[in-house]
Write a new protein. Structure first.
Length: 76
């Protein structure tokens, strides 16, 4: 089961790290970095059912109508 409870001690620092990882990359390199990171983390999770839940959760967050009030899928 997908656990979406916050676990990061400093989520802002993690966000800064992710932004910095994209510094000086072209848009294509940035997309490739994101894809490589997703694949590494998916492998780390190692559970296809959990990954499917995460994908659905993320899609709902991205596709949520503007002004939606339900949980918008904040990344873990």
């Amino acid at each position: 089961m997908l656990d979406t409870a916050a676990k990061l001690a400093d989520p802002d620092a993690v966000f800064v790290t992710l932004v910095r990882a994209h510094h000086d990359l072209s848009p294509e390199e940035s997309r490739r970095l994101d894809a490589a990171l997703v694949l590494l983390l998916a492998n780390h999770i190692g559970d296809a059912a959990v990954l499917e839940q995460a994908i659905e959760h993320a899609r709902r967050a991205v596709c949520a109508p503007t002004g939606a009030t339900e949980d918008q899928g904040t990344p873990p």
